[in-house]
Design a protein around this ligand. Structure first.
Ligand code: SAM
Length: 227
C-alpha cells in the first residue's frame, strides 16, 4: 500500500508516522509513505500557494495550480491509474472503521491536506474522489486528519500488526465497543482482576467479554446497537 500525501507540511506527517507501529511497517516496506510538498509546484515567483477568497471573507484559500501539478506529478512518477484521492475536510463524510477497512484494499491512496480557510473548489472537483472528515470539529490543517486515517487504514493491512487477530476483535469490528482489558498484577490498589479471566475457562471468558462489550456499548454508544 502506498500512501501519498499532498501537504504544505510534509515533515509533520513524516515525523508522526515514522514512529511506533506505522514506523515499523514503513521500515519493513509493508506500507510506503510518500509526502510531497505542494509548495514545490507553485509557479508564483514569491513561492505563494494561497490567495484571497473571491467574494471576500476571512482567511486565505489554497490555489488550484500547485495542487493540480503536484497531483499530476505523483500520478506520473508512481504510474498510478484511477487513484482514490481523499480530500481531508470538515465538510466531508465522517471517517469510520468500515471506510478504513474498505480503503485498506487500495494499492495507492492520495491524500490532499488543506490549510488556511480551505482549497479552491475547482481543483477539488477535478481530482478528488472522496471528501472525508475525521469528526465534527475544525482543525488548523488536514495533516493530523491524514495521519489519523493512515494510522487506522494501516492497522487493516496484513502484516502491520504483530497479531492480526487484534484488528478482528477491536471496537467497531462488529457493532460493539471492545470489552475491558486487564494485565498484571492481579491486584492493583485493592482492585482485583475479574475472577473469570483467571479461570482459564475459555468459553466463560468469551461469554463474559461479549456481555461486557454489550454493556459498555449500551452505556457509551447506544447508537451503534441501532445500526
Ligand atoms: N473553512 C473550512 C470550513 O469551515 O469547512 C475549514 C478550514 S480548516 C481551518 C483548514 C483545513 O484543515 C481544511 O481545508 C481541511 O483540510 C483540514 N480540516 C479541518 N478540520 C478537519 C476535519 N474535521 N476533518 C478533516 N480535515 C479537516
Amino acid at each position: 500500500m502506498n500512501f501519498h500525501v499532498m501537504t504544505l507540511f510534509p515533515e509533520m506527517i513524516e515525523q508522526g508516522l515514522n514512529t511506533s507501529i506505522t514506523g515499523r511497517a514503513i521500515n519493513s516496506n509493508i506500507i510506503r509513505l510518500n509526502c510531497v510538498d505542494i509548495r514545490k509546484y507553485t509557479k508564483d515567483k514569491h513561492g505563494h500557494v494561497d490567495d484571497y477568497p473571491y467574494g471576500g471573507g476571512a482567511g486565505m484559500v489554497m490555489q488550484a495550480q500547485p495542487i493540480y501539478d503536484c497531483y499530476m506529478d505523483i500520478v506520473a512518477k508512481n504510474n498510478i491509474k484511477n487513484p482514490r484521492v481523499v480530500f481531508l475536510t470538515p465538510a466531508g463524510r465522517t471517517f469510520n472503521q468500515q471506510m478504513s477497512r474498505e480503503l485498506a484494499k487500495e494499492d495507492d491512496i492520495i491524500f490532499l491536506c488543506g490549510h488556511y480557510e480551505g482549497v479552491d473548489e475547482r481543483v477539488i472537483e477535478m481530482i478528488v474522489t472522496d471528501n472525508v472528515s475525521i469528526g465534527d470539529y475544525v482543525l488548523t490543517g488536514g495533516e493530523l486528519a491524514a495521519m489519523v486515517m493512515i494510522d487506522s487504514i494501516s492497522r487493516n493491512i496484513k502484516g502491520v500488526l504483530n497479531n492480526d487477530i487484534s484488528a478482528e476483535t477491536e471496537s467497531f469490528t462488529t457493532n460493539m465497543l471492545e470489552y475491558p482489558q486487564y494485565t498484571r498484577p492481579e491486584i492493583f490498589m485493592d482492585k482485583k482482576v475479574p475472577e473469570v479471566l483467571l479461570s482459564g475457562h475459555h468459553k466463560n471468558i468469551e461469554k463474559w467479554r461479549e456481555e461486557q462489550a454489550y454493556k459498555r456499548t449500551l452505556e457509551r454508544r447506544p447508537d451503534l446497537l441501532q445500526d
